[in-house]
Design a binder for this molecule. Sequence first.
Ligand SMILES: O=c1ccn([C@@H]2O[C@H](COP(=O)(O)O)[C@@H](O)[C@H]2O)c(=O)[nH]1
Length: 270
Amino acid sequence: MTTAQLVSQINLKKSFLCIGLDVDLEKIPTHLLDLEDPIYEFNKAIIDATHHLCVAYKPNTAFYEAYGIKGWLALEKTIAYINTNYPEIFTIADAKRGDIGNTSTMYAKAFFNDLAFDSVTVAPYMGKDSVEPFLAFRDKHTIMLALTSNEGAFDFQTKKVDDKELYQQVLETSKNWKNSENLMYVVGATKAEYFKEIRKIVPNSFLLVPGVGAQGGNLKDVCKYGLNDNIGLLINSSRGIIYTSKNKDFATAAAKKAEELQSEMSLLLA
Ligand SMILES: O=c1ccn([C@@H]2O[C@H](COP(=O)(O)O)[C@@H](O)[C@H]2O)c(=O)[nH]1
């Protein structure tokens, strides 16, 4: 999916919501556990109930890898289900990869070619030659960690390097990499006070913003400086939406939560 197509979906749905599909078997309704593939059945129900309210889904691969081969198959089936039934939805593999060049190429092939995700998250720590293999996939998007939502973000990301904070260096440096127009960045909703500065460095880039909901981030605070002429934001909520109810009504309960966020977004876009 191109950025223009993503923006057009946002305008159509009046939503820049991304729903995180972080499936934990201990948190899903128990009646699903009797089924052949509970993870997939849970996702399918959530997707069918919420696809009109969001523009993106973000499975975090850890929640699938934790269940071994069954988990990976459920991930494969989930992304195929979205691509087949809701091709207008932007898909994000939250895998936080990045390695020496030839290894990164294999990661990129796994998520872009084999699983057919639109995008994958990568860590910038190993630098340019670890990220450019992802950027070489011109019709895909690479979403690089810039300033993360967790407390530990302050351990390194805000430390000064050559007079600038490390996350600023990451943003500025990456703009010069080959095919950098395919880059988006992760910035945590819990770091709302940094968005003004971040928008000075990357005014036009899309930002994937996790941390609304369970981590306490606030949509309005992020939008104050985060929105740009192209909207430029994908706001993620995972636990805050998908685990609203543990009963048989879990999918409609999730849709209700998603609708609350979508309504707030539609007002901010008006
Ligand atoms: O800085 C980051 C980067 C990634 N994440 C991921 O986003 C979701 C958030 O889930 P919630 O349940 O809405 O808190 C999860 O997959 C994280 O690994 C992040 O939170 N912060």
